[in-house]
Design a protein around this ligand. Structure first.
Ligand code: 6PG
Length: 227
């Protein structure tokens, strides 16, 4: 497993700006980019769209999705559509939305087929306060499964069924880029990057198998890392 490069910035805005530059460059280079959900990435997505509005060479994937329609407020695709895709002058040449509305089993099976042979260049991840990544939750059997995409049950708000990339799929990315901000994540950050890998903290198990793993943090999220 490669080490993690930690990049601590003063504020959430600065952390988002660093990720935005990486996303814009990847889009310009025609990369396969895996977007994440939740709330943290919204600022980075909007900044990235401002830095680069032509994503026509890029391919968009999602690390996980909630089993709701795409226009639902809980949809990870919906978040990216509102804060990134709708702001672009040119859409990604491929947008692989996880069709969560099919239900977790059918949607996971369809996404698993889509991911066959896919090479992921830049994988963006948030981390929950419990240390989950994508929809891989602490101590869940999904952590032990191979395959590419899995059905999952939420163990943290929002309690809706999920589809998630598997641990091996996440680690297959050329580069893993965490974006984590806020004091509520400080303990999860310590367990993820300054403690031994553990099934208690799925974020501690995600490292790019052959490439770089970087964590962009703000001071609040980094508060429990040794100075
Ligand atoms: C999801 C997300 C999830 C997210 C973390 C952090 O579907 O819930 O993909 O893995 O990245 O829960 O979420 P926040 O950014 O809202 O703190």
């Amino acid at each position: 497993m490669s080490d993690v490069e930690l990049d601590v910035r003063e504020s959430e805005e600065e952390a988002a700006a660093v990720v935005a530059v990486r996303l814009a460059r990847a889009a310009r280079d025609g990369a396969s980019i895996v977007l994440t959900g939740g709330t943290t990435p919204a600022l980075a997505y909007t900044d990235a769209a401002r830095l680069e509005s032509d994503w026509s060479k890029a391919v968009a994937w999602w690390g996980d999705e909630r089993c709701v329609p795409p226009e639902h407020e809980l949809s990870n695709f919906g978040l990216a559509k509102r804060t990134l895709l709708d702001l672009l002058e040119a859409q990604p040449r491929e947008v692989h939305r996880i069709r969560g509305e099919l239900g977790k089993e059918a949607a996971a099976a369809e996404y698993d087929r889509k991911l066959a042979g896919a090479e992921l260049d830049l994988l963006l991840l948030g981390v929950g306060p419990d240390g989950h990544v994508a929809s891989l939750f602490p101590n869940e059997p999904t952590l032990d499964l191979d395959g590419r995409a899995l059905p999952a049950e939420a163990r943290l708000e929002p309690f809706v069924d999920r589809v998630t990339m598997s641990l091996p799929m996440l680690c297959s990315a050329g580069e893993v880029l965490f974006l984590i901000t806020g004091e509520s994540k400080a303990e999860a950050v310590r367990r993820a990057f300054a403690a031994p890998p553990s099934r208690e903290t799925p974020a501690s198990l995600v490292r790019a198998r052959t490439g770089r793993t970087t964590a962009i943090l703000d001071r609040a999220a980094a508060a429990r890392l040794q100075a």
